[in-house]
Ligand binder design. Structure first.
Ligand SMILES: [Zn+2]
Ligand SMILES: [Zn+2]
Length: 381
């Protein structure tokens, strides 16, 4: 048989883009895959032919050579001498999971291509490859202080776990699988539609060719069931809004021996009445009096720890001045170090004074050589 033109094999034009080429190859590969057509020599030939054509046409360099020089432009390894019987393992990018191992990727693409169900929860497929479980998200809201020092939170959620009745196998009493009675193991059913026979994925086994002999009555053959779960999650000191804690393997269980997903606990931190946080530093406003600002003072300031510390106010300090108190901020993640606390001093002018205070103020103004012309407070607030 004369070698057919690669474009003709794939059924695409000479100007076809990679997307189109991939699609065309996938169609051919699925229809003619050896696993799908056991013992069918013609299908196997078509599969090899399509794979060889795809190998060349999907590769920019090889394609250019082929376009210019035909088969002669390709070196020995691409000229047809190469054995393509195993090459389908290398086309994983097209088929997602690839054909290797349990053939999960193939099953998936096969199902989606033919519009089959393919959902593992239907639990009919006995021979499907391992599928990883889904990862789950859980949101918690914690107090400001708990983010600063860390805490433990209760998380209650539901996830899929392996069925304890059948140990996740989906079958009763370890009965295992048998050849699917609907498709006799081929994974496909043919329906006569006038002149043509139309093939589609077997609905009983989802194309796997096998079904569970005696499905477990607890999980109906899926091997999985939902379970309410309660866990205490340690929120480390230093977390902030949007931080997440990952609990490996606490998501949904995988199917057919696939790994479990993870549980992501997202942290949302409530605001504090006095403190505002920036990274690991805390900021708060501290009102001081005009005399404290003028003469200097030692004041008591509350910290996030719930303690009270002494802070020295230097004489002559201006309103808006920031003072830093080291090590009184937020505990840093995975560390015992702490950020700092910043105090913004706000000088308060007295709204009312008794006559003695007024007299002293007037004397002060005189001593400083300042003009004052006291008038009654124009408005009350
Ligand atoms: Zn079947
Ligand atoms: Zn079960």
């Amino acid at each position: 048989m004369a070698k057919r033109d690669y474009y003709e094999v794939l059924g695409v034009s000479k100007t076809a883009k990679l997307d189109e080429i991939k699609k065309a190859y996938r169609k051919l590969a699925i229809a003619n895959h050896p696993d799908r057509n056991p013992g069918d020599k013609e299908a196997e030939e078509r599969f090899k032919e399509a794979t060889e054509a795809y190998d060349v046409i999907s590769d920019e360099k090889k394609r250019q050579m082929y376009d210019q020089f035909g088969f002669a432009g390709l070196d020995g390894s691409n000229g047809g001498a190469h054995d393509y019987s195993n090459v389908y393992r290398d086309f994983s990018d097209i088929f997602g999971g690839g054909f290797g191992g349990g053939g999960g990727g193939f099953e998936d693409i096969f199902s989606s291509f033919f519009g089959g169900g393919g959902s593992r929860s239907q639990g009919r497929g006995g021979q499907r490859g391992p599928e990883p479980g889904a990862s789950l998200r859980y949101d918690v809201e914690i107090d400001f202080k708990d983010a600063v020092f860390g805490s433990k939170v209760d998380v209650a959620y539901s996830h899929q776990v392996g069925c304890d009745v059948c140990s996740g196998s989906g079958s009763q009493g370890g009965s295992g699988t048998k050849v699917c009675p609907t498709c006799n193991g081929s994974g496909q059913v043919r329906r006569n539609s006038g002149f043509f026979a139309v093939a589609s994925t077997c609905p009983t086994c989802n194309g796997s060719g096998r079904v569970i002999e005696n499905p477990c009555t607890e999980c109906h053959g899926s091997g999985l069931k939902r379970k309410q779960q309660k866990v205490k999650v340690t929120i480390p000191a230093g977390v902030d809004n949007g931080s997440r804690v990952v609990l490996r393997g606490m998501g949904d269980a995988g199917a057919n021996g696939g790994p479990s997903g993870d549980l992501y606990v997202y942290v949302n931190v409530k605001n504090h009445k006095y403190f505002v946080r920036q990274d690991y530093d805390l900021f708060c406003q501290v009102p001081i009096s005009i005399t404290q600002a003028s003469l200097g003072a030692e004041i008591q300031v509350p910290t996030i720890d719930g303690q009270s510390i002494k802070v020295a106010i230097p004489a002559g300090v201006q309103s808006g001045k920031m003072l830093r108190v080291r090590g009184r901020g937020v505990t840093k993640l995975n560390s015992t170090d702490r950020g700092d606390m910043y105090l913004k001093l706000l000088v308060q002018v007295p709204k009312r004074m008794n006559s003695k205070a007024k007299k002293i103020m007037q004397d002060l103004a005189e001593a400083l050589g300042e003009e004052t012309s006291p008038t009654p407070v124009p408005f009350e607030d």
